[in-house]
Design a protein around this ligand. Sequence first.
Ligand code: ADP
Ligand code: MG
Length: 239
Amino acid sequence: MSSLTLDKVYKYYGPQLCVLKDINIDVASGEFLVLLGPSGCGKSTLLHAIAGLHQISSGTIALGGNVLNDVPCQNRDIAMVFQSYALYPSMTVAENISFPLEMRSVPRAKRQKAVSDVAALLQIGHLLDRKPSQLSGGQRQRVAIGRALVREPSLFLFDEPLSNLDALLRVEMRTELKKLHQRMGRTTVYVTHDQIEAMTLASRIAILDKGIVQQLGTPNEVYNRPANLFVANFIGSPR
Ligand code: ADP
Ligand code: MG
């Protein structure tokens, strides 16, 4: 069981600036939830709070029924993929993917097997000896995804992972991410400001504006029955 529960989550930056207001979201085990909203609405803040990169001001975050609030990020069994690939430039692709396992003292033979499995899945087996500087943007993002996959976490977090890629590659990677999720079935929270990306990937979408969830529903529901004018305008619902 790796359902994620966000219960009455608030986040303040200083006494005046409330960037997350009463966030209540249940993400079922294996679900692909997309957090969609305009720039500055609080998407990254929420994702970072789930990952444990910063504390929330109040509320509860739980994974598989275990409260995470006071669990340090390295003990959360969560892997995150960022918009910037954040690969280690001096390491090869294989070393980059293997690194999280090395940190956990996984034996060498097991690491090699895990790296080659993930590389096969992401079709980067031929790139394992290269350095990140010798890769295209799409290839780098695949390596970053590989480094998250290799840990086999209970929860995947993605923060606009495709927004640095050109339009064609974005569509291709979107399709691949969808296939990957269908194959692995891991609980995923995926942040984007791209409506089409949200509609194609999500089992449900949480639409955020000014730190408030405006609507939580299936792509079909938010598109055909927008809860308010903001959602209708943002999604581009028919009038
Ligand atoms: P998004 O990812 O949706 O673009 P963010 O979560 O990055 O939005 O930011 C939400 C709001 O919080 C913005 O108004 C941003 O300026 C503010 N913010 C983000 N990080 C900090 C910080 N460390 N200190 C103060 N304000 C911040
Ligand atoms: Mg952001």
